[in-house]
Write a protein that binds this ligand. Structure first.
Ligand code: HSE
Length: 447
């Protein structure tokens, strides 16, 4: 058989046989771990039918055995994760700990020991996908992480399987529920950023390190995973341009509303063509003005939504719960069933496909559109001065609006699409111009 044919064959693992039990180790018993265990127990009979064999929980690893744990047989608990992973009767390891370094060690240990791994850990996958995928390939086992992006919404399965025959062109996702809650609260109640953030904290939405949410890092991890699967190229967290929502003001939201727009923190993953005609990937997270007629604008509260544009399927939208114990457990259990089926029947699902190996576009070369809100002097020639700066920097203006306020004159420019670097430089020059009293905000617009 030729080398090429070999490459196309799924790596083979002998199956345990239809009806044979598959052993599970769960690492972590927090909000998600406890829901996974509850639902596995509740639906054990039907899950065995779907998976081709019973799923038996062999142990649950926790960091502190003295802490009371409801809903789990104390006999299953252990604080020795490595011994649990290495047990002969454990076939699948489910990592639900969070963080990066310790879970990375555990997941690598599991893969090296020939165990399939299911994880909900977006930060781990976005930072170390190469290493984890290589370990899964070497051991010929599965590595599944559906819950890592938008939890209950089956976006990774959609990219891996449903759209496997299509060419995705762009994904625009609201993939962080906390920031969507904050922006939606500001939009619907007129709250300030600080008030909406306090409410999100009170409801327990905000991560232990709030910057993961509000500075966009959580969404950037998810963007890296989405872009990797959509464009068959390894895209890492560090490849994603990232800006959060902490500078968005009540005035920005009010102005967006008045213009028929909503501000959303969008993760955009796009296939673009560079000046040499080559395809590149742009993956970015930043506040984005979305027309209120677009389906993403009506995604409220802490919901997630992923809008996909692809060559043959056209526009698709996926909506639902992107966080929380039960919604995340739903996706984790879907992966457990998939990995169990493979263990029973033999073989494994194809690993992440990175054959396209496209370049990641320099963010400065990506084409975007700006909405620039500034305070200017109220005198003759101001508009001409600013228009000249735009012309000199290759920026074409789409709309120009001037408003008179008790505190001064406000000028709002909306540009046509241009190179990000040209737009950013233009804003710097405008800000330094004697006609301008201050650039109040710069927000990109959706395509
Ligand atoms: N902090 C995340 C969010 C949790 O708000 O969406 C789910 O990844």
């Amino acid at each position: 058989m030729s080398t090429e044919a070999n490459k196309l064959q799924p790596a083979f693992n002998p199956g345990k046989g239809e009806g044979q039990a598959v052993g599970l180790a769960i690492l972590g018993y927090g909000t998600v771990g406890s829901e996974v265990l509850r639902l596995l127990n509740k639906h054990s009979d039907s899950l065995a039918q779907r998976a081709g064999g019973p799923i038996q929980i062999k142990g649950v690893a926790v960091s502190d055995l003295s802490k009371p744990r409801a809903g789990v047989d104390p006999e299953l608990l252990t604080d020795d994760a490595y011994s649990l992973i290495n047990r002969e009767d454990v076939d699948i390891v489910v990592e639900l700990i969070g963080g990066i370094d310790y879970p990375r060690e555990l997941v690598l240990a599991a893969l090296k020991a020939g165990k399939s791994v299911v994880t909900a850990n977006k930060a781990l996958v976005a930072a170390h996908a190469d290493e984890l995928a290589a370990a899964a390939d070497a051991a010929k086992v599965d590595l599944y992480f559906e819950a890592a992006v938008a939890a209950a919404i089956p976006v990774l399965g959609m990219l891996r399987r449903s759209l496997a025959g299509d060419q995705v062109q762009r994904i625009s996702g609201i993939v962080n529920g906390t920031t969507n809650f904050i922006l939606d609260a500001m939009d619907s109640t007129g709250a300030t950023y600080e008030e909406a953030f306090a409410e999100a904290s009170r409801l327990g939405y905000v991560e232990a390190d709030p910057s993961a949410d509000v500075e966009g890092y959580d969404a950037a991890s998810k963007a890296a995973i989405l872009a990797s699967l959509a464009f068959h190229t390894r895209v890492k967290f560090d490849d994603v341009y990232c800006e959060g929502i902490s500078k968005i003001t009540a005035d920005d939201i009010k102005a967006a509303k008045a213009a028929g727009q909503a501000i959303k923190l969008l993760a955009t993953c796009e296939l673009i063509t560079n000046d040499s005609g080559e395809s590149e990937i742009s993956a970015r997270v930043h506040p984005t003005l979305v027309n209120r007629s677009h389906p993403l604008a009506s995604v409220s509260k802490s919901y997630n939504a992923v809008f996909v544009e692809s060559e043959a399927a056209g526009e698709l939208m996926f909506y639902g719960n992107g966080a929380g114990g039960a919604p995340t457990a739903s996706a984790v259990i879907g992966d457990i069933v998939g990995a169990t089926r493979n263990k029973v029947l033999g073989g494994r699902a194809p690993g992440d496909n990175t054959y396209a190996n496209l370049a990641i576009a320099d963010f400065g070369n990506v084409r975007t559109r700006y909405h620039i809100d500034m305070k200017v002097e109220d005198r003759t020639g101001v508009l001409a001065e600013i228009a000249t700066i735009c012309v000199e920097n290759n920026i074409s203006l789409r709309t120009v609006r001037q408003e008179q306020y008790p505190t001064g004159t406000r000028l709002i420019l909306v540009t046509h699409t241009a190179r990000e670097a040209d737009l950013a430089r233009t804003v710097d020059i405008i800000a330094a111009s004697s006609a301008v009293l201050g650039v109040e905000s710069v927000i990109r617009l959706a395509e």
